[in-house]
Design a protein around this ligand. Structure first.
Ligand SMILES: [Fe+2]
Length: 287
């Protein structure tokens, strides 16, 4: 049987400031993930990226495809991503369960949507259109949540599972986002992982977050991608590996970006945590 996800080692996000270093030093990175939006209006960076894609596996993760927009997806933007995909031949294509455009206005945020029959129909149509246009399976990422919608009629995991069933897309499981959402909305993060369709998980994300105290007591966790991965997220990652098996895992660090060596060290830690989780599963099976 063909291995759909041969990239067993963790990769890192490729940022503009590291392009020249990667081409010059050829570091021992397993793979890189890129946001196409950083390269579409920057021909020089896109040329460097194309050279890197000839050396390393690359995953394309769009932060602007806005699959959840009720007004339809921006076909011009999708066409631009298609031309980049043709140059990179990526191993994975992904984006968010979110929306960020409305009436031609672009918002610099990944905004949430309610989970009900109407929104399900909208996002399934858009994912089918994206997959047709780009000729690749789309991996849909679970969001970090700070609020829930009173008119949602489905849980997030049921909503994601139904999208997979209807469109044939797969899921990008952001383990840190699950921790953030579970804390902010008061549910059990491990149960959320148990409810996801394991066979549909094609990639995992890990990112740093900040805990902020609230005025009335308690705390909210903000998904900042500006810090090392927290111990709680490493624990949940080990649980996810035990449940899903090894999947390509990305270290996300998008602001206050450290050195490339620091990023690669974090990817090495992800590999060590995943290998230990796999050993524990094997040990549990054999005793
Ligand atoms: Fe993510």
């Amino acid at each position: 049987m063909t291995d759909l996800y041969p990239q067993r080692s963790a990769g890192v996000g490729l940022r503009l400031q590291h392009l020249a270093q990667v081409l010059r030093d050829r570091p021992a990175a397993a793979w890189f993930e890129v946001h196409p939006e950083n390269f579409l209006a920057n021909p020089h960076a896109a040329e460097m990226l194309e050279a890197i894609a000839a050396l390393y596996p690359v995953s394309v993760h769009s932060v602007g495809i806005s699959a959840g927009s009720v007004g339809g997806i921006d076909r011009t933007h999708v066409a631009r991503i298609r031309s980049l995909v043709a140059r990179l031949d990526p191993i994975l294509l992904s984006g968010h369960l979110a929306w960020s455009t409305h009436d031609g206005d672009y918002l610099n945020d990944l905004l949430p949507l309610p989970y009900h029959a109407e929104s399900l129909g909208v996002i399934c149509d858009h994912i089918a259109e994206i997959q047709d246009a780009l000729g690749m399976v789309f991996h849909l990422e679970n969001p970090s949540n700070y609020l829930g919608f009173a008119d949602s009629t489905m849980t997030e995991t049921a909503f994601l599972g139904e999208i997979v069933r209807r469109t044939g897309c797969r899921l990008l499981c952001d383990v840190s986002n699950i921790h953030v959402s579970a804390h902010n909305l008061g549910y059990d993060a491990r149960r959320y992982i148990d409810e996801l369709p394991a066979d549909a998980i094609g990639e995992l994300h890990l990112g740093g977050f900040e805990v902020e105290a609230e005025a009335g007591g308690g705390s909210v966790i903000i998904d900042t991608h500006a810090r090392p991965i927290a111990p709680e997220a490493w624990d949940l990652y080990a649980y996810a590996i035990a449940r899903f098996g090894r999947r390509p895992t990305l270290i996300e660090w998008d602001s206050a970006i450290p050195s490339l060596d620091r990023l690669l060290a974090e990817a090495g830690k992800a590999d060590a945590v995943a290998a230990a989780a796999e050993r524990e599963v094997r040990h549990a099976v054999t005793v």
